[in-house]
Every structure is written in C-alpha cells, then in structure tokens.
Design a protein around this ligand. Sequence first.
Ligand code: IVH
Length: 690
Amino acid sequence: MDGFDQAKKEISELSNELRRHQYRYYVEAKPEISDLQYDRMIDRLIDLESRFPELKLPDSPSQRVGSDLGSSFPEVVHSVPVLSLDKAYTTESILQWIERLGKRGEQRLSFVVEEKMDGVSLVLYYEHGLLVRAVTRGNGSVGNDVTANAKTITSIPLRLTQPLDIAVRGEVFLTKDDFERLNLTMEVPYANPRNLAAGSIRRIKSSETARIPLRMYVYDAYISGNGENAENHVEVLKLLDNLGFLVNPRLAVFAENALRAQEMANKLHIPDVVSGDFGKLVEYIGSMDERRSSLPYEIDGLVVKVNELGVRDFLGYTGHHPRWALAYKFDAPEAQTVVTDIDVQVGRTGRITPVARVVKVRVGNSMVSNVTLHNEDYINMLELAIGDTVAIAKRGDVIPAVERVVEKNEDENSTWLMPEYCPSCHTRLCRVGAHTFCPNSADCPDQIMGRVIFFVGRNQMDIEGFGPETVSFLMQRNMINDIPDIYTVDYQSLVGEVGFGEKKAYSLMKAVEKSKDQPFSTVMVSLGIPDFGKKAVDLLIAAGITSMEQLETLVDSDNKRPLLDIKGFGQKTVDSLFSYLKDEQLRNRIARLRDLGLNFSQESTANDNRVPQTFSGQTWCVTGSFERYQPRSLALKEIEARGGRTTGSVTRKTTHLLAGSGAGSKLQQAIAFGTTIVSEEKFIAMLEKE
Ligand code: IVH
C-alpha cells in the first residue's frame, strides 16, 4: 500500500472513530475516552487531511473545530418555507384556536406543545444524508449560508444515520450558564444569550464559532420523496432523534381525551412526557411559565402545534405563518409612555372614539404614538387624565391598548371628560349603550368622509387611486357631500391643481366608471350598514334575496320573516338592518346610486354553476406576476369558480402552481415537491379549452 492508500484508510478509520466519540460526548453526554485522547485523534486527522486535501471527507469530524480562513455568508434562497408563528398572549385564545380548528377539521386532533427556544433559527439541508448547507432564516425566503460555522456545532450531525434528502429546522442556542461565563470574557458584553448565539453563528472565522458551546434543538423536517411516511409530528420528532439530531425532551402532548394523548406521547420513548386532555393544557402552560426561570436556557414562550400532518396540509399557511401552529408568549409586549393629549375621532357611523396621543414608544416590534381608548366608560375605569404615565400593551398582537395608569400627572389634571359637542360639526353628542354618537349623519363632515373612504376602499368598491387624500381633496373643494357625488364629479376640471395631473384625472375617471360593474353584493357591503359585511351579504344572496328592491319591499311591508329564517341572522341583526333601511337618507343615497347605473340586483349564487368544475379536487397556489391577471386575485377567482381550492403556499398537497414572471421560492418548492407547474399562457389555454 502506498502513502496515499494508507492515508485514505487511516482517515476513514479515524473519522468513524471520532464520529462515534463525538456522538457519545455531545449528544449522549457519555464520553468513552479522555479529552486528551480525543484531541490527539483530531490533531492526527487534521494533519492527514492537510497533507491529502483530496481525501478530506465531506462530513469529516475535523470540521467541528472550524477554520481560521475567513468566509462570507452568501445569500441562499430557501427551498422550504421558513415562516414565522402567529402569537397569542392568553390561554383563552389558545383554547379558542383549538376549538376553531376542531370545527374545521373532521379528524380528531391532538397537539404537541414545545418550548419556544429563544435562540437563532437555522435550516439544515441534507442530501443523501450529508449536511450540505446550513442557512439562517433571513427574511423567510432568503437567508445566509453559514455552513462552515454550523459544522462546528457538535449537536448538528454532519452525516445522518439514513441517506435522506431532508431539510431540518431548529433553534441554535446557548445555555444561561455558558452565556454568563463567556460574557465575562467579552470586550463588549452581550445583552442576552440569544444575541451572543446570533453573533457566534456569524463569525467570519469558523474556528471562533467552534469556541462557543452552541447547541441546536430541532423541531421540524421537510422530507422529499416518500421514503419516510410520518403521519404526525410526534413521529417526525422520533425520526429526527433516530437520525442523530438533538430533540428537546421537554415537550407535552394534548388531545380531546387523556388516553389518546398518552398513546401519542408513548411513541416518543422519552421519559416523563406530559400528556392530558385540553383542560390539562392550560395547567401545563401555567406550570411552564413558573418553571421558566429554572430552565438551563431561555425560552420566551411555548409553541402549540397540530400533531396530525394531514390536518396541517389541509390547514395550510398564510403568507406569514402556518395555520396549524400558535406561539404562546409568556410576556405580552408592554411599554410605558406619557399621554400628551386625548382627541376624539368621529367614525363613519357617527361613533365617537377617544384616542390617546402618547410620546412615541416601541411596543414589541412596532412604534406606537396613538392608542385607542374605546369609550367614555373605559377612560373612567382607568381614571385617565392628560399627562399621566401609562402602561400600554399589545395582547394577541392586535391594536395596542392602555392597560393601566402607572403614575398620575403632576399638574393635577383630572380625569378626562367626553366633549358635549361633535368636534367635526358641533352637534350635541348623545349616548347609546356604552358608546357616544354624533347624530348628524347627513351633514357631519367627518362622517361623510369616513363613509366615502369606506365605500371606495380596497375591500369594498375597490376604486383604484381613490385614497383618503383624494376624498379629503374633493371634500375641501365641496365637490363631494355624499357617496353618489363621486360619480358626478368632473375630474377633468381639476387638472392643474396641486397633485392633480392629467394622468391622475384620467385614471380616476376610468376607475370610478369601472366600479359601476361591481356586483350588487359588493355595492351592498360598500354602503357600510353596520353588521352587514361580506359574510352577511353572502348569506342574504344565498337565501335568494338578490336585489335591493326585494329588501326594500320587505322593509316597507315590515316583513322580517324571510330574513329571520336565514341561518346566522338573529333578531338583533334584522331589526338593525330594518331601521337602517327605513332611514330616508340611506334610501335617497341608494336611489341616486341606482340612477347612476350601479348594480342593485344580481343572479342568485345558487344557479351560478354554469362554469364547468374542471379544477375540482385540485389545490392551486399562485405566485409571481401576470399580464392578464392583475391583481393576482383574478386568477384565484378563476380557479375557485372552477371548483379548485387555493392556498397561499406550496405544500405536498398542492397539485398545481400557477407561476408568473418573477416566481421565486414557491417555484423552487413546487419543483422539489413535483407539483404541476403552469405558466400564464398554459393557464389561459386551459380556461379556453372549456
Ligand atoms: S415552529 C413553521 N417550534 O420561533 C414552523 N419555532 O416566532 C415555525 N422557535 O422563527 C416554527 N422554538 O425560530 C417552532 N419549538 C419551536 C420553536 C420555534 C423557537 C422560533 C423559530 C421561529 C420563531 C417564530
């Protein structure tokens, strides 16, 4: 045997030995040999590899010690969706979410609850069982390639126990102890373990990353091909464990009944896995909140995940997060600030909403300078005065609200009082239930403005280019006093005024004219009758009430029966609709709009099935931009009209991807999943074939 063959043999043997010791040491924490013996073996391997670089194995254990060569972090497009999580801050909202899912899915559901590790999200890509790339989350579709650094993290296997093509997602973190110890040696200390972990994974020299005892817990896998048929998340976690990854053993399983939860938990072969029915879930969340500070690492919440993978596919994703998982955050983002003023806003229905103006402050990840105060009672409950220091919080990640007064103002301002007169039209305000209203719906400028802005808005008549500024511009010139006026304005006559060019006038005129084609259902929603949004109007039409005339006849003869018979309509909704439709002003508005050519009747959706259901049973995803389908939702409508299902992302269940120009990560995913890819041209041909 010559030197080359000898070296080849030794490298292979050494590598196998070292790999076994690394696993014993880093994953199982049961070393067989001393550190010194281990170091000798590594040194010998590095020496051989430097003399015979062509013999260095792609998964060589020597990579655990990193390199002193600098590397950059090229951007890489993820081939799997790397989404974020929807958040909840209360256990009630978790239970509500579970209940909603239960209603949607036919299967019985179980849930896995994991710790939400406060670290750095990383995706590991393996080909034939070899780690080929480690990519940071980045913006979810493009991340940085940090492979050399990731290879120094000892809990990341360089080679799996099976030759799978798989992408694995997890969190890189540092224990609190390691953080404290290392931080003492830092020139500029880090604020928390997460920041130090994030800094370490992005070191230019991987030898520096190697010195930080980073760890990685994995929690999700995307397996291509159908070699491994996991049916639920618990099986995925078990597989990840078998493949050589580190899976966080502190997890819990919950189901409708304790027995089923126990069955699932047993599959994990991890001692002491908590399980129970949904009642126990709340208890578990509470106990974890308490235990949190005694954990060896930092967590910022828990993640509740649907266990059944089939149900996950069915639920799918929004652009931002999966619908099958929810993060429970221990702390709602809260901040303190000072109330500088309290204004009142007049809504389109005349409702008066007090709004606190506060010194701009960051709450969670957004800046806040206005906070709603709901109504007079709410302010009285808080005993809030201008100048007070308040705590504001975002619960459930919605609109920020004032939680409490932290410190009273020093000027002895007393609790704020609701004004007696409307700030917009000076009419005396009145109180109905918990809310205060301006009764002058016909002439109050703020109400008119609100009404018109709502009417032209994206989810209503969708008149392009007709934003709030345009509305205010036209109202200031007295050209609009009610909704129908937008159809009578001479837009050309405005050309030459500031911000009003020829092009703007023309496109506005076109858009206004085009909106006359909107169906009755859209016109009805756009009128803004309280409680008559899209859902209610769809019910109305499905029940065969397909014109305003029909409605007006019912109202005029005070015949509520046909409406009360509609499932989903209660007495209150119907009474309210009737009182609105009896209102002279609304009736005049409708009459004018009818004369102007808007649609006030349409065919019932019941016999709207003329389009052949050629896409039934198919699931389509649409990405990129198109020539004919602008906005893209037009393509979605075509698919849905033909019985196809549409989703926001590509999953294993997606049968077709309609890909326009500029299609990115979704196209890659579709290729990976073997989804049928359809171009715009082909799509048009498919529709025309009918
Ligand atoms: S599941 C599509 N599980 O939390 C599935 N995420 O706010 C998405 N995280 O970016 C993630 N621990 O980096 C999941 N057990 C866990 C997690 C976890 C930490 C992070 C993850 C993600 C962020 C979402």
